[in-house]
Structures are given as C-alpha cells and as structure tokens.
Design a protein around this ligand. Sequence first.
Ligand SMILES: [Zn+2]
Length: 98
Amino acid sequence: MSRRRKKKEIINDIVSQRIDRLFEAAATEFPAHAQRSDRYVELVRRLATRYRVPLGKKKMRFCRSCGTYFVYGANARVRIKDKRTVITCLKCGDLRRY
Ligand SMILES: [Zn+2]
C-alpha cells in the first residue's frame, strides 16, 4: 500500500468522525433550534464533498434536495414500498428511495 493511500485513509477517518459528531449535534439541537441542525447538515455535505468521503447510509439522515436534517415523523415521512425505503421530505416534497 502506498504512502498516499494511507494518508487518504487517515483523512477519511478524521472526516468521518467529524461528520458523526455533526450529526449528533444536529440531533441534539433539533427540538429547540431546527435551523441549526440544517446548518450542521450543510457542514457535513461540505466536508464530504471537499474530502470525497462517502456518506453511505448517512445520506438518509438529511434531504439531498434542500439540506434539511431529517427527524423521521417530524419533517420526513418514511414508508416501505416493494422492500425499499422511501423517504419523503415534508419541507420540499423531495422523494428518495433506498
Ligand atoms: Zn427537502
């Protein structure tokens, strides 16, 4: 494994940890300051784009159209259809299947 590859893995690790912490903060802030949660989502997306860190399942935690942090039942609707999870953003109406 090359040196460059290792460096990339270290960056991935650090960025992933930061993203996890931002999502935690978003969850904590949501009940009182929903707009702060959206701001954390914005930071997460910026980090993921800049460092090209794959978000994987974390993509399901916010709206990829308008950037709203999802709290299922509050601002997002989750339905299972044909064994697939369908998440509807109640803010902009965007629909995603996973
Ligand atoms: Zn949306």
